[in-house]
Design a protein around this ligand. Structure first.
Ligand code: NAD
Length: 467
């Protein structure tokens, strides 16, 4: 068959990875097709226990990999995921219940319903920037839907990867296996057939993941990134806007997929915003952010080199604040710079604590710039002007759109979180996680008597009258 020919074609040459193969085989063997509510709730309870009982170990690992302050670790990783799990546990019975659907008169008598089934064994691949949340939050959805799971944490956040591997084995070893490692292990992993692949990361690897999944016709969810713009205009309270932008941008040292990547505004607004941004950086991180207990670190020296390489291309007079780096401490100061719309900082997602201010002529011009690029994961509009809100709402497309506050669109559990176009495909969180990891099966039940189907049997005597 086509399927077996494709599946048999070799991918990249890979070596022997018995541990990878064994992890997949174990997850597959432990799949139960009709796992009941109690068993699913028990798994979610154990995931919650894992987080609650090991909060300190996880915080320490996040501090080691990303210099993540404990409050930030709670807000964006541990507490965030606990809330996601709590929301799912509360609603799961309702989501699992078959949905009765009325049949059209022409099919009567019959009953029909939608039943949500687990998909089977799914793969969750996560990046390093929120290495706890981005493993455990999709995992909660996959388990709630009754699947078994292979988890692949990022090797870049190596401490968290090792801690999670140990904890998941202890708490959920009967339904979750963890594969640790880098490109060779992941390449091998992706040769296996999964029933769904949920990938969070960058667009280049997403193409590798999707191509590997295509060989087995495996559906994918791709949670990607890109440059998320923020528009600011003079109708807004610039002091509050600046504080919120600084918070959203410099959280996790700018390594956030939905961080405002750059600010678009008219030259007049940007000139007024500059001192407010500088003031906000001082308010949130003090005079010397290096000594702040609330400011994270860049994940590796290689990632820091990329960011300082970008900053080297910015003339000194365009640096509004920050710019200092300390490679040994993997530190890069919260930095605000001026940039032309086609400047070197505008080529790719910055993914670090560097905020370019980009002058445009008007809101219409900003919309043109936004729509000329890839559809962003997030779009932020700081304005009190209803016409401007309407303009961005109607004329742009993005994974999410948030007025006057960054990041919050993803912490509302009833909103879908996901991208569109280059920023990803599919969505999750809450009910959207349950549907992502379930198959909605159409079920119809028709009595044999009376045989009302006679009208559609050849030679179509009943139908002819209607034609
Ligand atoms: P990363 O380098 O950790 O990669 C993510 C995963 O891909 C890891 O598990 C890694 O092992 C695997 N991988 C890397 N190279 C591979 C290869 N050649 N073949 C197979 N697998 C491979 O993380 P990253 O991609 O640098 O993460 C940052 C990106 O993720 C940014 O673009 C960011 O915007 C995006 N992101 C998106 C979201 C979201 O929810 N939409 C969240 C966080 C980050």
């Amino acid at each position: 068959s086509t399927r077996s020919t494709l599946a048999a074609a070799p991918a990249a040459t890979t070596g022997d990875f018995p541990a990878v193969d064994a992890a997949v085989a174990r997850a597959r063997a432990s799949f139960v097709p009709d796992l009941d509510l109690e068993a699913r709730l028990d798994r979610l309870q154990r995931l919650e226990d894992l987080l609650r009982e090991n909060r300190e170990a996880l915080q320490d690992a996040l501090a080691a990999d990303l210099g993540k302050p404990p409050a930030e670790a709670w807000l964006t990783e541990i507490g965030f995921t606990l809330e996601e799990i709590a929301g799912i546990r509360k609603e799961l019975r309702r989501w699992m219940a078959p949905v009765r659907i009325p049949v059209p008169l022409s099919l009567a008598p019959a009953r029909s319903r939608i039943e949500h089934q687990p998909l089977g064994t799914v793969l969750v691949m996560a990046p390093w920037n929120y290495p706890v949340q981005l493993v455990l939050s999709p995992l909660a959805g996959a388990l709630a839907a009754g699947n078994t799971v292979v988890v692949k944490p990022s090797e870049v956040s190596a401490t968290v990867s090792a801690v999670l591997a140990g904890l998941l084995e202890t708490y959920l070893g009967d339904c979750v296996s963890v594969v640790e490692g880098g490109v060779p292990e992941t390449t091998r992993l992706l040769e296996h057939r999964f029933d769904h692949v949920f990938y969070t990361g960058n667009g280049t690897v997403a193409r590798i993941v999707m191509a590997a999944a295509a060989r087995h016709l495996t559906p994918v969810t791709l949670e990607l990134g890109g440059k998320s713009p923020a528009w600011v205009d003079g109708s807004t309270d610039l002091r509050t806007a600046a504080r919120r932008i600084v918070w959203g941008k410099f959280l996790n040292a700018g390594q956030t997929c939905v961080a405002p990547d750059h600010v678009l505004g008219t030259p007049g607004t940007l000139a007024a915003l500059e001192p407010e941004l500088v003031r906000a950086v001082g308010e949130l991180y003090g005079k010397d952010p290096r000594r702040s207990g609330s400011y994270g670190r860049i994940v590796t020296e290689r990632h820091l080199d990329r960011l300082t390489g970008l900053l080297d291309q910015v003339p000194a007079e365009d640096v509004v604040c920050g710019g200092a780096a300390d490679p040994e401490a993997r530190y890069l100061a919260p930095t605000v710079v001026r940039s032309a719309p086609d400047g070197p900082l505008m080529a790719e997602e910055i993914f670090g604590p560097v905020l370019p201010l980009v002058p445009v002529e008007s809101a219409e011009h900003a919309v043109e710039l936004v729509t000329a690029r890839d559809k962003p994961l997030a779009l932020y509009v700081f304005t009190e002007d209803r016409a401007v809100k309407e303009l961005f709402r109607r004329r742009t497309s993005s994974g999410g759109l948030s007025f006057n506050a960054p990041l919050l669109q993803l912490s509302s559990p009833e909103l879908p979180f996901g991208g569109v176009g280059e920023s990803g495909t599919g969505a999750y969180h809450g009910k959207f996680s349950f549907t992502t990891f379930s198959h909605a099966r159409a079920v119809l039940d028709k009595p044999l008597a009376p045989d009302t189907l006679r009208v559609v049997y050849p030679p179509y005597r009943g139908l002819r009258a209607l034609l």
